[in-house]
Write a protein that binds this ligand. Structure first.
Ligand SMILES: [Zn+2]
Length: 301
């Protein structure tokens, strides 16, 4: 059989995509999770893991982003760092885990981190135009998360594929670099880390040596190719986080696995500097440039 070359390429690409995603789906859950303490909840869309006392990772393993939101429970109130995809109901999960009032803070406002913001009344945001625009909601990025191969296992009962979008949400407080959020017996400091997006932040729990890194670092391909990404700002932000590394015990990233060693940070800094100075080798991947390092990689435009 002879296929026209365009058709052949299309079939070949589709086969490649489905093979990649099949591998991803077959390898779920990632091995790192077997060492973590699982907390049983009713909703099968999420998996919850206890990372430290009062720190729970709320993981969405059935979607390719493998996004992780965090519930940090203090003595007076709780903070939800991101609300995930908005495919199932993270608020119901949170209400099962704590009776305390919950404030939502976002690592940044990409669709996969703000999906359930609309369900909450106390939402903090960074005062950027990017944030204000994303708070109006959007459809395209959300729909792309449901493309062939992006879902592993069943979607939640009653989920409507056609109407899925990132719903608009209200921001009740504006955050700034250095702000401290007091949860009672625990304080989280906001560290502005623009780069991946203009509104990216990390949260530092200094006393417990924890750093919630958002999408500035996670052990996987770090996306640095979108128009809202600023690579120079990213380098400065990673530098800032890397300076904290000696005081840290644990990194809690927003994708893939909820635990990583702080020694990653100086290595990420070294790696991104190599990329910026043209000293790193890249491979072309779907029209983007991929730079592979040990335990993580960068995808740039
Ligand atoms: Zn992102």
């Amino acid at each position: 059989m002879k296929l026209p070359i365009g058709m052949f390429l299309m079939v070949w690409q589709l086969a490649l995509v489905s093979a990649q995603t099949r591998d991803w789906c077959n390898n779920q859950p990632r091995s790192a999770y077997s060492k973590l303490e699982r907390v049983r909840i009713a909703d099968p869309w999420f998996e919850v893991y206890k990372i430290r006392p009062g720190v729970l990772a709320i993981y969405e393993p059935h979607q390719f982003e493998e996004v992780i939101s965090y519930l940090v429970i203090g003595s007076q109130k709780a903070l939800l760092f991101d609300t995930g995809m908005g495919i199932s109901n993270i608020k119901a999960v949170v209400e099962d885990l704590t009776q305390l009032p919950v404030s939502v803070v976002n690592s940044h406002t990409h669709n996969d981190h703000v999906g359930d913001n609309w369900r909450f009344t106390d939402v903090y945001g960074m005062p950027t135009d990017f944030t204000r625009r994303n708070a109006k909601g959007s459809t395209a990025d959300a729909q792309a998360e449901l493309a062939p191969g992006q879902i592993c296992g069943p979607l939640p009962t009653g989920f409507d594929v056609k109407s899925y979008r990132t719903k608009a949400f209200d921001i009740s407080h504006w955050l700034h670099d250095g702000d401290k959020i007091n949860l009672g017996d625990r304080t989280l400091e906001v560290i502005s880390t623009p780069g991946h997006t203009p509104d990216s932040i990390a949260l530092l729990d200094e006393r417990n040596g924890l750093l919630f890194t958002g999408d500035t670092f996670y052990p996987g391909p770090i996306y640095l190719y979108r128009p809202e990404t600023d690579l120079d700002a990213y380098v400065s932000s990673v530098q800032r986080l890397a300076e904290l590394a000696p005081r840290l015990q644990l990194l809690l990233p927003a994708h893939n696995v909820p635990v990583a060693d702080p020694s990653y940070l100086p290595r990420v800094l070294d790696a991104i500097q190599q990329v910026r100075h043209g000293r790193a080798k890249s491979v072309s991947r779907d029209g983007r440039r991929g730079y592979k390092f040990e335990g993580f990689s960068f995808l740039t435009s």
